[in-house]
Design a protein around this ligand. Structure first.
Ligand code: ADP
Length: 431
């Protein structure tokens, strides 16, 4: 029914009843009784209205805690409409709160930073990624000007120029960020930040690797080309000289081959397409083969000993052969004749360990932390003399990473070095 009718019909009825009652009394007992009855009736109606007005005012004061009364007459309709309005409002609010919570959750999971600012760059809100990228703390910095918080001349210039259609690459607190301001609504702006530190580092490593690899390949190629030129320009070269040239060319060819093989091994170890497929590795057999290769490489110049006391492993046999083989061949290559090489496979405190100890040239402490970097060598010419590629320990590092193992290096210049590979107990193969 029309709400106006719902209001007027009961109100009119009540007034009519009072007036009719008063009229009846007037008729029966005279005008004084009629007027008194009308006054009493109207006063009673007024008291009732005041009572409900008071209840309404109480409820409006604190709609959540006070309960709406059921009402009487037109009040019933007013209260029930207010009640429906309040329920609708509560539902909207609950939906809004839920939506806001979900939005905040999504924003906090975002790897990119989002900062909401007003038109004059005062911080209104930001997500955790933005706090991390820009060193902000929402609680502390809310209401402050973002240019006072992100103190960077590049960022300041970006704001002054106002060319927000372009992103800005910013070096900020040891990080490299790409930031961009996007105006939205009339008086708000969003600052988006994207951290590119890691991808820049990988790019840099890739560039360094290509530069180093090209440099390493260029030297043997130059040597080979030089001898080939001599061979073509001097066809009647002394056969003995020619033979020595051929020997040198073969050496350089081997060097290039070793380099390319090591680079391929490294690429494969890093590739996600080659996950480790663990198998049972017969450690005694593997280490005896490595010892035989070591004896051949040493050609009788060193005393080599092998002791196998540890258990078999779960891992990649060929990868472990390559890692252990590299450590043993390094020990031989960096130990002068008459020195000794000790190879041990044993049970350590936290799990099995592979130890190679030599009495070689040793390594100065400042080099130790960098040895597993690609192409890092303490002495370039010595490494080349001994057919080193500078990639051996980088390969070792990657193989060990894939086997959850660690490498510890102890060394004393002129005295010798000890390389220890520690595996966790979970790598021990079941019998
Ligand atoms: P390389 O092919 O040059 O031997 P590696 O990555 O195997 O490359 O080793 C990196 C560098 O670490 C070597 O150039 C060498 O200077 C040093 N090095 C490695 N093993 C030993 C060792 N047992 N004794 C002394 N120096 C070593």
């Amino acid at each position: 029914m029309n709400p106006r009718l719902l209001f007027w019909i009961p109100a009119g009825l009540r007034l009519s009843i009072i007036l009719a009652g008063a009229g009846g009394l007037w008729y029966m007992f005279g005008p004084a009784a009629g007027i008194a009855a009308a006054i009493v009736g109207l006063l009673a109606l007024l008291v009732i209205q005041l009572h409900y007005l008071y209840q309404l005012s109480n409820w409006l004061e604190d709609p959540n805690s006070a309960k709406l009364p059921d009402g009487w007459g037109a009040w019933t309709d007013i209260f029930s409409r207010l009640y429906r309005m309040q329920r609708g409002h509560e539902k909207n609010q609950a939906e809004l709160t839920e939506w806001l919570t979900r939005f905040r959750q999504a924003m906090s999971l975002l790897p990119d930073g989002v900062v909401i600012m007003d038109d004059v760059l005062f911080l209104e809100w930001c997500n955790p990624a933005a706090e991390k990228h820009l060193g902000l703390q929402l609680e502390r910095d809310k209401g402050m000007r973002v240019t006072n918080l992100v103190r960077s001349p590049e960022f300041m210039d970006y704001i002054i120029l106002g060319r927000y259609d372009q992103p800005l690459t910013l070096s900020f607190r040891d990080n490299k960020l790409v930031v961009q301001i996007i105006p939205f609504e009339n008086r708000r702006q969003i600052l988006v930040t994207h951290d590119i530190t890691e991808s820049e580092r990988i790019d840099m490593m890739r560039r360094d690797f290509i530069a180093n690899a090209s440099h390493e390949l260029r030297t043997p190629l130059t040597v080979i080309n030089g001898f080939l030129e001599i061979a073509t320009s001097q066809p009647n070269l002394d056969p003995q000289v020619r033979m020595s040239h051929l020997k040198l060319m073969t050496e350089q060819g081997h060097r290039m081959q070793n380099l390319v093989e090591d680079m391929l091994t490294l690429t494969r170890l890093e590739s996600v397409d080659y996950p480790l497929r663990p198998e049972k590795v017969n450690m005694r057999m593997l280490l005896e083969q490595i010892e035989q290769e070591a004896v051949a490489l040493s050609a009788g110049r060193h005393i080599i000993s092998l002791q196998v006391d540890g258990p078999d492993l779960k891992g990649g046999t060929e990868e472990l052969r390559s890692a252990f083989g590299n450590l043993v061949s390094n020990a031989i290559r960096y130990t002068p004749a008459e020195g000794s090489i000790d190879i041990r496979w044993e049970d350590g405190e936290a799990g099995p360990q592979f130890v190679v100890r030599d009495t070689g040239i040793g390594i100065r402490p400042e080099h130790i932390s960098r040895l597993t970097e690609r192409f890092y060598r303490v002495d370039k010419s010595r490494s080349r003399e001994t057919q080193g590629t500078g990639l051996g320990l980088a390969i070792v590092k990657h193989v060990l990473l894939r086997h959850d193992a660690t490498l510890a290096i102890e060394s004393e210049p002129e005295k010798g070095s000890t390389f220890t590979v520690r595996f966790s107990k979970s790598r021990v193969a079941d019998h």
